[in-house]
Design a protein around this ligand. Structure first.
Ligand code: UD1
Length: 437
């Protein structure tokens, strides 16, 4: 089984280039099948979730031509609109963003059958707001045999108020509504940078979407889309993960190819706990020369502190002076990494399921830990690189879903880490890097 083995204790120092945003790319790739023309998409992250989505799109007849690891040409022209447009395979069942194919197919072909989404086990993750939006646009939606089946004679614009701020529902409704008849208003919309990116992409194909990035999005439906070329925004969470890697290992990392504005919540917290954060046009440098301080954090929709950065922040606070408190307000099951981190010597208690009380320790010590979900997995890797001795992180398939060349990028920063798939290779790593523990 694939796992990361690492020897920690070295500050991470150097430069890292951030790739395209996974969560924007998932929406954009799905939306690309809405035109019969061609979409050339650049700065696409080469990660497993993306490859699974592209494979599923090919499964319904879309043309997907990889021009390079980060560039793809997509055309929906050959999708068999007379068929039943069923999206299902063993891989797509495991990812979250399969649901974007409902919005895209329903918008264009007025019908879709997509397997219920999987994704990381970080809470119950209902999709009622997506379905409410499709129904408001005039679709009949039912769930049968594990599939979401949506169909409409015609989609008609409507006024839709989201009961919860949902990234997925906002993007999905925006896609379907962009090819509905008339005007749609989405109120209480999510404001994440990737929502703006998907809206910009749709507009580049001929959609008429205004207000993305605010909580009211206005969409005037159009009947067809055309060719486009588009470059995906940098990944805010990948960038934040490397910023935390600098903080937790007391290193100095220049995180390049980012939009510093998207990182403000993370930069502000790092500054507050004593790290030095320097912003330039498209880079952020994080320097932490000494032990950092405690703080309090509550995860919130953008522009609040992102839930996807919560585990990485906890790893940093676990090594900081004093007692910190993290309240998770988006997902109810996002502290499963705490038990693993305790094996490394962390002092963290979780109360009421959504609050972590973290008493900083001087150091973590290497251990064998298992990845519970994507972001927590990346956080455990950072903990391992900060820890004394050897750490093995297992179940890294989760991490590979969302981080491109993660171990390579960490090695370029001086991290002693390797991806291995046998105990023999792990032993070789231990032998090469010094005395085994
Ligand atoms: C997306 C991201 C995920 C990130 C999350 C929050 C993708 C593929 N995933 O997930 O990495 O952690 O945004 O930033 O982009 N909810 C409902 N009903 C719904 C939809 C959501 O109650 O119909 C609730 C959820 O349970 C959760 C909250 O709304 O408590 C936010 O979820 P949402 O923003 O939809 O997350 P995802 O789109 O699944």
């Amino acid at each position: 089984m694939e796992q990361y083995i690492m020897k920690g204790g070295n500050p991470l120092v150097g430069e890292v280039v951030i790739g395209g945003a996974k969560n924007a790319a998932l929406g954009i790739l799905a939306a690309a099948i809405m035109t019969d023309g061609e979409c050339l998409i650049d700065n696409m992250p080469d990660v497993r979730d993306i490859n699974v989505l592209l494979h599923a799109m090919e499964g319904i007849g879309a043309r997907v031509v990889r021009k390079g690891p980060n560039e793809v040409l997509i055309s929906g022209k050959n999708i068999d609109s007379g068929g039943s447009l069923i999206v299902d395979n063993e891989y797509i069942r495991k990812i979250r963003a399969s649901y974007y194919l409902i919005g895209a197919l329903l918008g264009k072909y007025k019908k879709a059958q997509v397997v219920l989404p999987g994704g990381c086990d970080i809470g119950s993750r209902p999709i009622d707001q997506h379905l409410k939006g499709f129904r408001a646009l005039g679709a009949e939606v039912k769930i049968e045999h594990g599939m979401i089946i949506a169909e409409a004679e015609a989609l008609r614009g409507n006024h839709i108020y989201l009961d919860v701020v949902s990234v997925g529902a906002t993007i999905n409704i925006m896609m379907a509504a962009s090819m509905a008849e008339g005007n749609t208003i989405i109120e209480n919309a999510a404001k994440e940078p990737h929502i703006v990116d998907v809206a910009n992409f749709l507009n580049s194909m001929g959609a008429n979407i205004k207000g993305a990035g605010t909580d009211v999005i206005r969409i005037r439906g159009v009947s067809r889309f055309h060719n486009t070329e588009y470059s995906i925004i940098p990944d805010q969470i990948e960038a934040g993960t490397f910023m935390m890697a600098a903080a937790a290992t007391h290193g100095d990392i220049l995180v390049k190819n980012v939009i510093p504005k998207h990182l403000e919540a993370i930069s502000a917290k790092l500054t507050e706990i004593g790290a030095q954060v320097e912003e330039s046009d498209d880079a952020v440098r994080v320097v932490a020369t000494r032990r950092l301080k405690h703080t309090q954090i509550k995860t919130l929709p953008y522009p609040g502190f992102p839930t996807d950065m919560q585990p990485q922040m906890a790893i940093t606070l676990g090594l900081s002076k004093g007692t910190s408190i993290i309240t998770e307000s988006i997902f109810e099951n996002r502290f499963r990494y705490v038990e693993e981190l305790r094996r490394m010597g962390a002092n963290i208690k979780v109360t009421d399921g959504n609050t972590a009380i973290i008493t900083g320790v001087e150091k973590y010590t290497g251990a064998i830990v298992s990845t519970p979900d994507l972001r927590a997995g990346a956080a455990l890797v950072i903990a391992g690189l900060a820890a004394e001795g050897y750490t093995t992180v297992t179940q890294i398939g989760y991490i590979l879903r969302g981080y491109e060349r993660f171990d390579e990028k960490l090695r370029e920063l001086g991290g002693m880490i390797e991806k291995v798939d046998s105990e023999k290779d792990a032993n070789k790593f231990r032998f090469r890097t010094g005395t085994a523990n």
